[in-house]
Design a protein around this ligand. Structure first.
Ligand code: HEC
Length: 284
């Protein structure tokens, strides 16, 4: 199998792959229903629910395979890579395995005593897969970020740092904004005028979890490391800087960035990036 390599691989696969986000709800709901029906079937009047639980478990296992494969397709075709992706893939693979084993145990193909722990593990893995997947699509810690501080403390989690008033990219900027930042040759210019543009228009696709074209724009070091075709900024030479070329292309051009045409740089903003590169592309 080809592991995800962080590049885009063709639109039809990505089209199919994106349905992972829809499909995954099927095994999730089926699997969570199984123990509920199992418990209900303990009452003699509701014995038949036990059969239903068996059928749902079989369907859940089938859908686990389909969903896991589609998820792999998404990761491979959609430019995902990184530890978060690997973790989520493990969660999906283990879940598919646990679900299948639980089904086999329930049918008697494995010792029947293995069924309760297996189904418990499978349901646990549903939550782990959901958590790791949620972090991928909504950002790290999406489910726990707004957890009341007391509950976090109770669970031994670190408190959430207070977000700076103006959003993620700006803490450095907020400190350094001042007369020095006006001159593009000064290091502070990057933090105040350039980084926030990337944060607004580019990091949705160019960050550690999703580096399209092998490029990350979330930090200065990543920006200067460049993408799969090499450096995207050539200090002192705006004309040779691939990044600047791309943000100036008309949206209809295949190379144009942002590639989805969302929140493009305004002429003024392009001018600022141009000045900054011309002045040596420094950062504080
Ligand atoms: C919707 C997703 C998306 C957004 C938003 C986006 N990009 Fe990209 N970017 C891509 C994809 C996909 C590629 C790889 C395909 C290609 O090279 O065109 C890429 C490649 C690049 C490359 C070439 C990297 C290399 O070495 O091949 C540069 C430079 C770039 N983007 C800059 C930017 C900048 C600057 C922004 C913000 C203005 C931005 N991108 C916003 C999807 C995006």
């Amino acid at each position: 199998m080809v592991p995800p390599d962080g590049r885009e691989h063709g639109h039809p696969w990505q089209f199919l792959g994106r349905y992972h986000i829809v499909l995954l709800h099927v095994p999730l709901v089926l699997l969570v229903l199984v123990p509920v029906l199992d418990i209900a079937a303990r009452s003699p009047r509701r014995r038949s629910l036990g059969d239903a639980a068996g059928a749902l478990l079989c369907l859940a296992a089938l859908f686990c395979f389909v969903t896991a494969f589609d998820g792999w397709l998404l990761a491979w075709s959609g430019g995902y890579r990184g530890d978060d992706v690997t973790r989520h893939m493990w969660a999906g693979a283990l879940l598919t395995g646990a679900c299948t084993l639980a089904w086999l145990a329930r049918r008697g193909a494995l010792p029947r005593a293995a069924y309760p722990p297996l189904i418990a593990v499978a349901v646990g893995l549903v939550f782990w897969a959901g958590h790791t997947g949620g972090s991928l699509s909504h950002g790290e810690g999406f489910l726990t970020e707004r957890m009341p501080a007391r509950v976090r403390a109770l669970l031994g989690m670190r408190p959430v740092p207070q977000a700076p008033a103006q959003g993620k990219a700006l803490p450095a900027a907020a400190v350094k904004a001042g007369p020095a930042s006006v001159n593009p040759a000064n290091a502070a210019y990057y933090a105040v005028h350039v980084a926030p543009l990337f944060e607004r228009s580019c990091v949705s696709c160019h960050r550690p979890q999703k580096h399209k074209g092998g490029l990350q724009l979330d930090t200065f070091a990543h920006l200067m490391r460049g993408g799969e075709d090499g450096a995207v900024i050539v200090p002192g030479n705006p004309k040779a800087s691939e990044l600047l070329r791309r943000v100036q292309l008309p949206a209809s051009d295949d190379d144009s960035m942002p590639s989805d045409g969302d929140k493009p740089f305004s002429p003024d903003e392009i001018h600022m990036v141009d000045l900054w590169i011309a002045a040596g592309a420094r950062s504080g």
